[in-house]
Each structure stands twice: as C-alpha cells, then as structure tokens.
Design a protein around this ligand. Sequence first.
Ligand code: GRF
Length: 198
Amino acid sequence: MFRSELPSVVILASGSGSNFETLVNKSFEGKLRAQILGLIVDKECYAITRAERLNVPYYVLNKPIWENLEVLLGNLKPDLIVLAGFMRIIPDWFVKKYYLKIVNIHPSLLPAFPGKDAIKQAYNYGAKVTGITIHFVDEGVDTGPIIFQKALQTEDNWDLEKLESEIHKLEHENYWRVLNKILNEGFKVENRKVVVGG
Ligand code: GRF
C-alpha cells in the first residue's frame, strides 16, 4: 500500500461503522490529516459494507483475536489504533504493549455510564446532561485518561432514538478533530491529565 507522509491510523469496529465512515470521509477531504490504513473488524458487520463502498482495505480477525491483531499491527505499523464501536474488552498485555496508542470514543460523559449501551443507560437514568468522551484505553473498562469531552443538554421530550441521533452527531463532529490534533500536534499525559498540543 502507498504510504503517505501523514500519520497513519487503523480503525477497529464491530458494528454499524458510522464513525469509521466519517473518519474516512474527513481524511479524503483532507480535514483529518491522517492516512487510514484500513478497517479491522472482529466479525461480519455493516462497517465492512462501508469499507467496500469507500474502497478502504478491511481485515476480519479470526481467533486468537489479540495475537492475530498484534501480527496485523506489526505489519501495518499505524501511529494510532482508533476504536470506533469495537465491542471487546482488551486484555491487559495488549493494552500495556500499546498504551497511549489506542484511542476510544464512548457515548457518555465518563465516568458516568461506562460499558455497554451507554446512551440507553443515560436515557433510562433520566440524565439531563450527557455527552461523549474520547479517551486513551487503559486496563479498565472506559477508565483511561480523558482526551476530550463534550456535553449534551437533553430535552425532556426526546425519546431514546432522538438521544442516540444527537449523540452520534456529536461523535461525528468531534472524533476526527480530536484525532487530528493528537496525531498532528502531539500530547503529553501528566498523571491522568491529557494535554494536547503546545
Ligand atoms: C458509538 O456510539 C461509539 O461511541 C461507541 O460505539 C458506537 C459505534 O457506532 N463506542 P458506529 O458503529 O460508529 O455507528
């Protein structure tokens, strides 16, 4: 594959892949200054259909997932591993090997509503403010150092579907911007505090 001078990423997904598609489009538009080396999935999912349509190479991981992913990453050598709806808990040895190289997006204001179905958790809880969190991955579930958060004030008349669509809108508006910054402006982490650029 042709390697540009740009920093490179792989994107890992297990589901619809709407964040993956947005990131690819932003890189095609030159707004996300990164080369997307490929989509990596752990099962058949709609994200593959999007990759085919966008002409982005994709890889389906077979078991043992993490060992095979390690080999694939060794070949592709991305600067950053971007999780976008990758529905697996990463084993400790893998996180240690790639610490501060794996970024995740989570659809709530962490530490509220970690884990699965975060949008539904916030909805059922009756949260008036929720949002999104972009963070580095550590050994816990959605506990890693926070890079970026954006709050969303909910309206009392929103149903779950409306909340989901507003959260996804926020994700699509912000994930590429944040990745662009950490890839092109650098960052440092002091204790848990992530300082981007500068
Ligand atoms: C997003 O809500 C993301 O925050 C979460 O999984 C969802 C993935 O959506 N981690 P999509 O597959 O990108 O449409």
